[in-house]
Design a protein around this ligand. Structure first.
Ligand SMILES: C[S@@+](CC[C@H](N)C(=O)[O-])C[C@H]1O[C@@H](n2cnc3c(N)ncnc32)[C@H](O)[C@@H]1O
Length: 290
Protein backbone atom coordinates (compact mmCIF):
# COMPACT_ATOMS: atom_id res chain seq x y z
CA UNK A 1 0.00 0.00 0.00
CA UNK A 2 1.56 3.28 -1.11
CA UNK A 3 1.23 6.33 1.11
CA UNK A 4 1.38 9.65 -0.74
CA UNK A 5 0.91 11.70 2.43
CA UNK A 6 4.62 11.15 2.99
CA UNK A 7 7.69 11.26 0.74
CA UNK A 8 10.60 8.87 0.57
CA UNK A 9 12.96 11.71 1.55
CA UNK A 10 11.04 12.27 4.79
CA UNK A 11 11.68 8.68 5.84
CA UNK A 12 15.18 7.90 4.54
CA UNK A 13 17.87 9.15 2.17
CA UNK A 14 21.07 7.28 1.17
CA UNK A 15 23.34 10.14 2.16
CA UNK A 16 26.66 8.26 2.07
CA UNK A 17 26.18 6.97 -1.47
CA UNK A 18 24.89 10.31 -2.69
CA UNK A 19 27.85 12.12 -1.13
CA UNK A 20 30.19 9.84 -3.06
CA UNK A 21 28.26 10.37 -6.31
CA UNK A 22 28.19 14.14 -5.75
CA UNK A 23 31.90 14.24 -5.01
CA UNK A 24 32.60 12.23 -8.16
CA UNK A 25 30.52 14.64 -10.24
CA UNK A 26 32.36 17.63 -8.75
CA UNK A 27 35.74 16.05 -9.48
CA UNK A 28 34.78 15.70 -13.15
CA UNK A 29 35.94 19.32 -13.59
CA UNK A 30 35.11 20.75 -16.97
CA UNK A 31 33.25 17.64 -18.09
CA UNK A 32 30.46 18.49 -15.64
CA UNK A 33 27.32 19.20 -17.63
CA UNK A 34 26.79 22.86 -16.73
CA UNK A 35 30.38 24.00 -16.18
CA UNK A 36 31.14 24.66 -19.85
CA UNK A 37 28.34 27.23 -20.01
CA UNK A 38 29.97 29.53 -17.49
CA UNK A 39 31.78 29.49 -14.21
CA UNK A 40 29.66 29.63 -11.10
CA UNK A 41 30.96 28.84 -7.63
CA UNK A 42 29.15 26.18 -5.69
CA UNK A 43 26.82 24.72 -8.32
CA UNK A 44 24.80 21.98 -6.70
CA UNK A 45 25.70 18.53 -8.10
CA UNK A 46 22.99 17.40 -10.51
CA UNK A 47 22.81 13.90 -9.03
CA UNK A 48 21.95 15.46 -5.68
CA UNK A 49 19.17 17.54 -7.24
CA UNK A 50 17.86 14.47 -9.08
CA UNK A 51 17.88 12.47 -5.85
CA UNK A 52 16.10 15.23 -3.92
CA UNK A 53 13.48 15.52 -6.67
CA UNK A 54 12.65 11.80 -6.80
CA UNK A 55 13.01 11.58 -3.02
CA UNK A 56 10.28 14.20 -2.72
CA UNK A 57 8.05 12.64 -5.39
CA UNK A 58 8.27 9.00 -4.31
CA UNK A 59 5.55 7.75 -1.93
CA UNK A 60 6.41 5.41 0.93
CA UNK A 61 5.26 1.82 1.37
CA UNK A 62 5.29 -0.42 4.45
CA UNK A 63 8.55 -1.94 3.16
CA UNK A 64 11.33 0.60 3.71
CA UNK A 65 13.99 -1.72 2.32
CA UNK A 66 12.11 -2.15 -0.94
CA UNK A 67 11.48 1.63 -1.13
CA UNK A 68 15.21 2.19 -0.94
CA UNK A 69 15.99 -0.48 -3.53
CA UNK A 70 13.57 1.17 -5.95
CA UNK A 71 14.93 4.64 -5.22
CA UNK A 72 18.49 3.45 -5.99
CA UNK A 73 17.23 1.72 -9.13
CA UNK A 74 15.69 4.97 -10.39
CA UNK A 75 19.03 6.71 -9.89
CA UNK A 76 20.99 3.79 -11.43
CA UNK A 77 22.88 3.53 -8.16
CA UNK A 78 21.94 -0.14 -7.70
CA UNK A 79 23.98 -3.10 -8.96
CA UNK A 80 22.23 -3.37 -12.35
CA UNK A 81 22.45 0.37 -12.81
CA UNK A 82 26.18 0.21 -12.16
CA UNK A 83 26.53 -2.59 -14.73
CA UNK A 84 24.99 -0.27 -17.33
CA UNK A 85 27.07 2.70 -16.21
CA UNK A 86 30.16 0.51 -16.38
CA UNK A 87 29.30 -0.75 -19.88
CA UNK A 88 28.92 2.85 -21.05
CA UNK A 89 32.33 3.84 -19.69
CA UNK A 90 34.68 1.07 -20.82
CA UNK A 91 35.06 -1.55 -23.53
CA UNK A 92 36.93 -3.90 -21.22
CA UNK A 93 33.94 -5.12 -19.18
CA UNK A 94 34.60 -6.65 -15.75
CA UNK A 95 33.19 -10.07 -14.93
CA UNK A 96 30.37 -10.40 -12.34
CA UNK A 97 32.90 -11.81 -9.90
CA UNK A 98 35.28 -8.85 -10.33
CA UNK A 99 32.35 -6.47 -10.05
CA UNK A 100 31.16 -8.02 -6.78
CA UNK A 101 34.53 -7.35 -5.18
CA UNK A 102 34.30 -3.59 -5.68
CA UNK A 103 33.13 -1.25 -2.93
CA UNK A 104 31.15 1.88 -3.82
CA UNK A 105 34.27 3.95 -4.59
CA UNK A 106 35.58 1.11 -6.74
CA UNK A 107 32.29 0.97 -8.64
CA UNK A 108 32.45 4.72 -9.25
CA UNK A 109 35.98 4.37 -10.61
CA UNK A 110 34.89 2.01 -13.37
CA UNK A 111 31.52 3.59 -14.20
CA UNK A 112 30.21 6.76 -15.79
CA UNK A 113 27.91 9.16 -13.95
CA UNK A 114 24.14 8.44 -13.77
CA UNK A 115 23.44 11.42 -16.04
CA UNK A 116 25.68 9.93 -18.73
CA UNK A 117 23.26 7.07 -19.40
CA UNK A 118 19.61 7.48 -20.31
CA UNK A 119 18.40 5.98 -17.02
CA UNK A 120 17.23 2.56 -15.79
CA UNK A 121 16.91 -0.21 -18.38
CA UNK A 122 13.67 -2.00 -19.32
CA UNK A 123 14.10 -4.74 -16.69
CA UNK A 124 14.55 -2.08 -14.01
CA UNK A 125 11.46 -0.21 -15.24
CA UNK A 126 9.38 -3.36 -14.76
CA UNK A 127 10.42 -3.52 -11.10
CA UNK A 128 10.02 0.23 -10.57
CA UNK A 129 6.55 0.26 -12.14
CA UNK A 130 5.46 -2.83 -10.21
CA UNK A 131 6.41 -1.21 -6.90
CA UNK A 132 5.15 2.31 -7.64
CA UNK A 133 2.04 1.32 -9.63
CA UNK A 134 3.24 3.45 -12.52
CA UNK A 135 3.69 2.86 -16.24
CA UNK A 136 6.91 4.68 -16.99
CA UNK A 137 9.68 3.85 -19.43
CA UNK A 138 11.93 6.81 -18.78
CA UNK A 139 12.70 9.24 -15.95
CA UNK A 140 10.56 12.02 -17.40
CA UNK A 141 7.46 9.81 -17.55
CA UNK A 142 8.10 8.64 -13.99
CA UNK A 143 8.46 12.18 -12.60
CA UNK A 144 5.30 13.26 -14.42
CA UNK A 145 3.25 10.23 -13.33
CA UNK A 146 4.36 10.59 -9.70
CA UNK A 147 3.53 14.32 -9.85
CA UNK A 148 0.05 13.57 -11.17
CA UNK A 149 -0.54 10.95 -8.44
CA UNK A 150 0.73 13.29 -5.72
CA UNK A 151 -0.43 16.75 -6.88
CA UNK A 152 -2.82 16.08 -9.75
CA UNK A 153 -0.42 17.68 -12.28
CA UNK A 154 3.12 17.58 -13.66
CA UNK A 155 5.49 18.62 -10.85
CA UNK A 156 6.40 22.30 -10.74
CA UNK A 157 9.81 23.14 -9.36
CA UNK A 158 10.96 26.68 -8.59
CA UNK A 159 14.14 28.21 -7.21
CA UNK A 160 13.90 31.95 -6.59
CA UNK A 161 17.63 32.02 -5.67
CA UNK A 162 18.67 29.91 -8.65
CA UNK A 163 22.42 30.73 -8.81
CA UNK A 164 24.10 28.46 -11.38
CA UNK A 165 20.74 26.83 -12.09
CA UNK A 166 21.13 23.19 -10.99
CA UNK A 167 17.77 23.18 -9.20
CA UNK A 168 16.09 24.42 -12.36
CA UNK A 169 18.03 22.49 -15.00
CA UNK A 170 17.82 19.01 -13.51
CA UNK A 171 14.04 19.03 -12.81
CA UNK A 172 13.51 20.40 -16.35
CA UNK A 173 15.60 17.53 -17.67
CA UNK A 174 13.42 15.17 -15.61
CA UNK A 175 10.27 16.47 -17.32
CA UNK A 176 9.04 18.92 -14.66
CA UNK A 177 7.73 22.45 -15.23
CA UNK A 178 10.35 24.83 -13.84
CA UNK A 179 10.65 28.41 -12.64
CA UNK A 180 13.84 30.23 -11.64
CA UNK A 181 14.97 33.74 -10.75
CA UNK A 182 17.92 35.44 -9.14
CA UNK A 183 18.92 38.93 -8.08
CA UNK A 184 22.25 38.55 -9.90
CA UNK A 185 21.88 38.99 -13.68
CA UNK A 186 24.81 36.63 -14.33
CA UNK A 187 22.97 33.87 -12.46
CA UNK A 188 19.89 34.67 -14.52
CA UNK A 189 21.82 34.38 -17.78
CA UNK A 190 23.50 31.14 -16.68
CA UNK A 191 20.23 29.53 -15.66
CA UNK A 192 18.65 30.65 -18.92
CA UNK A 193 21.63 29.15 -20.79
CA UNK A 194 21.35 25.86 -18.83
CA UNK A 195 17.78 25.49 -20.01
CA UNK A 196 17.91 26.91 -23.50
CA UNK A 197 21.37 26.15 -24.85
CA UNK A 198 21.62 22.58 -23.59
CA UNK A 199 18.22 21.77 -25.03
CA UNK A 200 19.19 23.12 -28.50
CA UNK A 201 19.73 20.80 -31.42
CA UNK A 202 23.29 20.47 -32.75
CA UNK A 203 22.42 22.75 -35.68
CA UNK A 204 21.04 25.40 -33.33
CA UNK A 205 24.18 25.16 -31.19
CA UNK A 206 26.38 25.62 -34.29
CA UNK A 207 24.29 28.66 -35.24
CA UNK A 208 24.78 30.06 -31.75
CA UNK A 209 28.56 29.50 -31.83
CA UNK A 210 28.69 31.27 -35.22
CA UNK A 211 26.73 34.19 -33.78
CA UNK A 212 29.07 34.37 -30.73
CA UNK A 213 32.12 34.39 -33.00
CA UNK A 214 30.64 37.20 -35.11
CA UNK A 215 29.91 39.27 -31.99
CA UNK A 216 33.38 38.53 -30.60
CA UNK A 217 35.08 39.56 -33.88
CA UNK A 218 32.98 42.73 -34.18
CA UNK A 219 33.77 43.77 -30.58
CA UNK A 220 37.50 43.01 -31.06
CA UNK A 221 37.57 45.03 -34.30
CA UNK A 222 35.92 47.99 -32.54
CA UNK A 223 38.33 47.86 -29.59
CA UNK A 224 41.33 47.49 -31.93
CA UNK A 225 40.19 50.55 -33.86
CA UNK A 226 40.15 52.56 -30.62
CA UNK A 227 43.82 51.61 -30.13
CA UNK A 228 43.49 51.18 -26.37
CA UNK A 229 44.20 47.47 -26.00
CA UNK A 230 47.73 47.11 -27.34
CA UNK A 231 50.97 48.66 -26.16
CA UNK A 232 53.77 49.86 -28.45
CA UNK A 233 55.03 46.26 -28.85
CA UNK A 234 51.62 44.96 -29.95
CA UNK A 235 50.96 43.14 -26.63
CA UNK A 236 47.47 43.15 -25.27
CA UNK A 237 46.34 42.59 -21.70
CA UNK A 238 44.92 39.26 -20.66
CA UNK A 239 44.70 40.01 -16.95
CA UNK A 240 44.65 43.19 -14.90
CA UNK A 241 46.21 43.05 -11.45
CA UNK A 242 45.60 45.69 -8.86
CA UNK A 243 46.27 46.31 -5.19
CA UNK A 244 45.20 48.81 -2.58
CA UNK A 245 47.62 51.42 -1.29
CA UNK A 246 47.75 53.09 2.07
CA UNK A 247 49.62 56.25 3.13
CA UNK A 248 52.49 55.70 5.56
CA UNK A 249 51.86 57.97 8.57
CA UNK A 250 55.61 58.49 9.07
CA UNK A 251 57.08 59.13 5.58
CA UNK A 252 53.88 60.09 3.73
CA UNK A 253 54.47 57.58 0.88
CA UNK A 254 51.62 55.59 -0.60
CA UNK A 255 52.54 51.99 0.20
CA UNK A 256 51.05 49.04 -1.73
CA UNK A 257 49.45 46.38 0.46
CA UNK A 258 49.76 42.79 -0.74
CA UNK A 259 49.05 39.44 0.91
CA UNK A 260 51.94 38.09 -1.20
CA UNK A 261 54.41 39.35 -3.80
CA UNK A 262 54.19 36.08 -5.73
CA UNK A 263 51.92 36.29 -8.76
CA UNK A 264 52.63 32.87 -10.25
CA UNK A 265 54.77 30.19 -8.65
CA UNK A 266 54.75 28.14 -11.83
CA UNK A 267 56.06 30.96 -13.97
CA UNK A 268 58.20 32.39 -11.15
CA UNK A 269 56.51 35.76 -11.47
CA UNK A 270 56.87 38.22 -8.62
CA UNK A 271 56.15 41.91 -8.04
CA UNK A 272 59.11 44.26 -7.87
CA UNK A 273 59.00 47.87 -6.59
CA UNK A 274 60.62 51.01 -7.88
CA UNK A 275 60.52 54.08 -5.67
CA UNK A 276 58.96 57.14 -7.28
CA UNK A 277 60.01 60.10 -5.07
CA UNK A 278 58.26 62.66 -7.26
CA UNK A 279 54.83 61.15 -6.56
CA UNK A 280 55.83 59.64 -3.19
CA UNK A 281 54.69 56.17 -4.19
CA UNK A 282 56.05 53.01 -5.83
CA UNK A 283 55.87 51.85 -9.41
CA UNK A 284 55.30 48.12 -9.66
CA UNK A 285 56.79 45.76 -12.21
CA UNK A 286 56.32 42.07 -12.84
CA UNK A 287 59.64 40.27 -12.81
CA UNK A 288 60.34 36.72 -13.86
CA UNK A 289 62.92 35.12 -11.52
CA UNK A 290 65.27 32.41 -12.67
C1 LIG B 1 23.79 29.94 -2.84
S1 LIG B 1 23.28 30.69 -4.29
C2 LIG B 1 22.00 29.75 -4.95
C3 LIG B 1 22.17 28.32 -5.03
C4 LIG B 1 21.06 27.57 -5.67
N1 LIG B 1 19.75 27.88 -5.10
C5 LIG B 1 21.39 26.09 -5.51
O1 LIG B 1 20.80 25.48 -4.61
O2 LIG B 1 22.21 25.57 -6.27
C6 LIG B 1 22.33 32.04 -3.63
C7 LIG B 1 21.78 32.94 -4.72
O3 LIG B 1 20.81 33.82 -4.14
C8 LIG B 1 20.82 35.01 -4.87
N2 LIG B 1 20.12 36.04 -4.10
C9 LIG B 1 20.50 36.64 -2.94
N3 LIG B 1 19.57 37.50 -2.51
C10 LIG B 1 18.54 37.45 -3.40
C11 LIG B 1 17.28 38.10 -3.50
N4 LIG B 1 16.87 38.98 -2.59
N5 LIG B 1 16.48 37.77 -4.55
C12 LIG B 1 16.89 36.87 -5.49
N6 LIG B 1 18.06 36.23 -5.42
C13 LIG B 1 18.89 36.51 -4.42
C14 LIG B 1 22.29 35.25 -5.12
O4 LIG B 1 22.51 36.12 -6.22
C15 LIG B 1 22.83 33.83 -5.37
O5 LIG B 1 22.90 33.55 -6.74
Amino acid sequence: MLDYSKSFIEKQFPVAKLSKESYRERKAGRSQTLTGLGKWWGRKPLILVRAALFGALLPVSDDMKKDKEIFLKILTMDKDGFHNRHAQKVTNILSDEEFDQLDYNGLLDVSCRPEEISGPDEKAWEEINAHLETNAHNLQELAQQLGIKRFGHIPRVGDCFAGGGSNVFEPARMGCDVYGSDLNPLAGVLTWADLNILSCSEDEQKELVKFQEEVFDAVCAKIDSLGVEENEDGHFAKYYLYCNETRCPECGYMVPTFPSLVISQKQKLVVDFEENPALMNFNMHLVQKN
